[in-house]
Ligand binder design. Structure first.
Ligand code: ARG
Length: 399
């Protein structure tokens, strides 16, 4: 048997190599991709081979992540439960796609991942595999093996000469990629506890952020941000730049209790400066160019879209159909948005578009006003009719 393992180099996936070899009498191919975290592939390869993998694959998926996953989700306005921009959730189908390709090339029988049985990530890996290559089996060692604690895992590692981390257990479980960082466990498990400063990896505390605000201008073309302060920029570079800029100004910290697919609530901290800035800017531009109907209907699409991504249904017919709607909706989402970054706040302070539906002569209170106030007489007569009828009925009831 041949298994392609999603490998991070941490304790779980390191012992998973040995465990899978024993349990399934399998050859293990370790797979790591760069989705924006900073792993050193040379070190990882050494470690994977030393720990028993027969081969090691490393792929840089950052550009694909930015263009084919992050940008569509931005256009869709995909933010789970109004807060989480879905960094971890978006990376899983991408990583699975990469692993499936390797599995097919290597004629492997199965994929394996280091997700636990109560998270969302197992769902994302397994639904994506079923969609892309149903003949490939998925094995989840953490749902199968006998270890109940980190200590037991360490004992197993020592027994097989697997190098164990020398540092003490990290206080948090962290998942890191281009679009954001997810932090859970430790002191964060009590939702009453304020996240300590060390829970945040890339944003400075708003208290310590620069006292002077910084203004930036983001240009959008059909819903995609294409320039920063007038300079053309690739999706990948833009996300990296805004992560740095926003992080410096303490922007993008999210503290939330969320509903996992498996039914439990979990408390999670996110850091997603680029996502927070881009979603805010994109949303404001949509407000300028969308009709009221479009704006309100798109909100429903955004909510459903975010659920699909969160629930691991990135690869699905319904998601493809929503993408078609979203793409069509973006044809007028072109223009510029001015954003002020200041001490944890990201506020949109200006917006303009050649397709704006805003009309100053209709909105103004000056003598340039072109709005026909008289027309409201008839409008209110008709629009107010149901209120009149309902009010009359209410008074009848009281008698
Ligand atoms: N709760 C988030 C999600 O389901 C993030 C999970 C990330 N994992 C972690 N080890 N922090 O997408």
């Amino acid at each position: 048997m041949k298994i392609v393992l999603a490998y991070s180099g941490g304790l779980d996936t390191s012992i998973a190599i040995q465990w899978l070899k024993d349990k399934y009498k399998a050859e293990i191919i370790a797979y790591t991709s760069n989705v924006g975290q900073t792993d050193d592939p040379v070190k990882l390869e050494k470690k994977a081979i030393k720990t028993g993998a027969s081969r090691f694959y490393f792929e840089d998926l950052r550009k694909k992540f930015a263009e084919d996953y992050i940008m569509p989700s931005l256009k869709a306005g995909a933010v789970y439960q109004d807060k989480y921009p879905l960094a971890t959730a978006l990376s899983r189908p991408l990583i699975t796609e990469g692993m499936v390709k390797v599995a097919i090339k290597e004629k492997a029988d199965a994929l394996a991942h280091g997700c636990t049985g109560k998270g969302n990530d197992q769902v994302r890996f397994e639904l994506s595999t079923r969609y892309l290559a149903p003949e490939i089996r998925v094995i989840a060692p953490l749902r199968e093996w006998e270890f109940k604690s980190r200590e037991e895992e360490m004992d197993y590692a020592k027994k097989y000469n697997i190098p164990v981390p020398v540092t003490r257990a990290k206080p948090y479980s962290i998942d890191w990629n281009l679009w954001g960082i997810s932090v859970e466990c430790g002191i964060l498990e009590d939702p009453w506890n304020e996240p300590p400063e060390d829970a945040y990896q890339i944003t400075s505390s708003p208290d310590k952020a620069p006292a002077a605000p910084q203004y930036i201008t983001i240009s959008f073309n059909k819903g995609i941000p294409v320039a920063l302060d007038g300079k053309k920029v690739s999706s990948l570079d833009l996300v990296e730049k805004l992560t740095f800029l926003g992080g410096k100004h303490g922007i993008g910290r999210i503290d939330m209790v969320e509903d996992r697919l498996v039914g439990i609530k979990s408390r999670e901290i996110y850091e997603a400066p680029a996502a927070v800035i881009l979603h805010a800017a994109h949303n404001e531009l949509e407000k300028l160019v969308f009709s009221r109907d479009m704006y309100e209907f798109k909100k429903i699409i955004s909510q459903r879209y975010s659920q699909l991504v969160y629930f691991g249904q990135w690869f699905s017919h319904i998601k493809n159909c929503l993408d078609s709607f979203v793409d069509k909706s973006q044809e007028f989402v072109t223009g510029e948005v001015r954003v002020k970054l200041h001490r944890g706040n990201c506020s949109v302070v200006g917006r303009k578009s050649p397709y704006s539906l805003y009309s100053e002569t209709l909105a103004t209170y000056t003598d340039k006003d072109m709005f026909d106030h008289k027309a409201s007489d008839g409008f209110l007569e008709i629009f107010g009719l149901p209120s009149k009828l309902e009010g009359a009925r209410e008074r009848k009831k009281k008698i």
